[in-house]
Design a protein around this ligand. Sequence first.
Ligand SMILES: [Zn+2]
Length: 271
Amino acid sequence: MPELPEVEITRRGLAEHLTGSKIERAVVRNADLRWPIPERLPGLLRGQTVRSLRRRAKYLLLDCGEGTLILHLGMSGSLRMLPANTPPDKHDHFDLILGNGTLMRLRDPRRFGAVLWHKGDVLTHPLLAALGPEPLDKDFDARYLHQATRGRKASIKQCIMDNHIVVGVGNIYANEALFHAGIRPQVAAARLNLPRCAILVEEIRATLAEAISLGGSSLRDFVDTSGKPGYFQQCYWVYGRGGESCRRCGAPIRQIRLGQRSSFYCRNCQK
Ligand SMILES: [Zn+2]
């Protein structure tokens, strides 16, 4: 599943090609995504000029002046720039055909992605209005996390994966950040003191920033025709390593379920 780093890399890969481009037309081959693609969308997009491509949580926001195209990659989606005459594949549900002879194509085999339209301030859209701060922004700090977790019954891992507290910390990065912070995933969030919140905030930022910089090497995949999605493989410290030895101390990595999600930790390195 694309996580925040993949979405940010997608944004960087597409932004330079889209910004300033005129939209010739939009093609909807299958409107049946997580929510239906609005029927009037091709009419709304025709002739618009792309002003910018921003990201909020895992949503990509294509500002077209008169409104914003909201894109989400869901479980399996990818977006790429291709020559305008590239024949579509079975899972290529949506194209944005630009005036410069290229197109932006959404491929989404599992169809959990989204293509929506919003007129006016896009940050007031129901999908975006209640979201917590961005993990890489300065308003996500130790004091904020400490305050946001007081009185919470949930584990710290469930809290950092809660979009109302902070956006874009998926299962992989929650596990990895907690390892680096030396905090067990099942620790009650309300019991985490301010200094430990500070370490965790730092490690969440570092883990995401490192993944984004790793993904930078895959940027060219957004403009070739190889069909590779813009996902990248990394070496994890604990994620997906249940039963294997801790890379730091050699003890076996434990695997537990927390809120339906697989959670991994080292009993030695995390308290
Ligand atoms: Zn260890």
